[in-house]
Ligand binder design. Sequence first.
Ligand SMILES: Nc1ncnc2c1ncn2[C@@H]1O[C@H](COP(=O)(O)OP(=O)(O)O)[C@@H](O)[C@H]1O
Ligand SMILES: [Mg+2]
Length: 323
Amino acid sequence: MSEAVLSVENLSLRYRVPGGTVAALRNVSLAVRQGEVLGIAGESGCGKSTLAAAMIDLMGANAEVTSGEVRLNGRDILALSPAERRRLRGREIAMVFQDPMTAFSPVLTVGAQLVDFQFNLDGVPGREKWVRARDMLARVGLSDPELAMGRFPHELSGGMRQRAAIAAALLMRPAVLIADEPTTALDVTMEAQIVHLLRELQADYRCAIVIVTHHLGVIAELCDRVAVMYAGVVVEEAPVDALYHDPRHPYTRALLACDPARIEAATGRLPAIGGRLPDLSNLPPGCAFAARCGIATDRCRATPPPCVALGPGRSALCHEVTP
Ligand SMILES: Nc1ncnc2c1ncn2[C@@H]1O[C@H](COP(=O)(O)OP(=O)(O)O)[C@@H](O)[C@H]1O
Ligand SMILES: [Mg+2]
């Protein structure tokens, strides 16, 4: 198997908040190889965006890494100087956010910004950057790319804006594209189109993609492997087919049971996993999922669960799972 392009090793991160800290990531280890699409799933508040931000070194000012490394092509990016980190961003790793307006300034045209995004391409004349930008807009499916170049971001529809944001990320030809809920703000049709586009682009550019989503349908469509997060830890990691056909962690099972795509339309109501996420400022001593888990024992409530290897690329963090 090829080397990991991006890997996270034993990463723990907390946020400082008034009166304490929030344990947003605890000993997270994950890797993504060239050409691979890794999905990160889990309910809201599980630490997915924190992990994505840590991967591209865009954590908030109150975030504190307490252990671990983020390795991009072998280098620990958290140990680099701020200038070195900025150089990597865009050139080797790029990010697409849920709200495409985050990627753009409202006061400049899309075209001017797509040209600026290529600041890392030393020696490429401005005219050529403009052509690259226009061609990339065509590639991501804007029907009149020349016209779109002259528009302001708010003059594009939500779906078109997200396509333009993806174009912006790809213009740097990054080795890794991180996408945090890139389809969550879109309607179902638009979501399907963006997923289709990402799949095509991945085939064309062979970049690694890390996609964060609470939508399991998106994961099934797009990903090779999935990491399921709960309360700041990866509770299960598996190839995508294995995860869907034979989920092992009780949390993964509960998530799949709530997936709207798997539920009879006739029930007309979305089930949710009973109970709530634990307080990340005051975690229980044992398994963080124990309070909501149907098979939890006293041991689960008292002792942190072990990581159980379940075969190639498969593991689950659970006392009750057996290999
Ligand atoms: N800047 C921040 N300051 C304090 N707490 C934060 C901050 N960002 C996220 N959190 C908290 O960290 C936890 C993980 O959040 P997040 O990574 O956004 O999860 P997800 O993307 O899975 O919804 C949540 O409890 C959230 O409230
Ligand atoms: Mg998030």
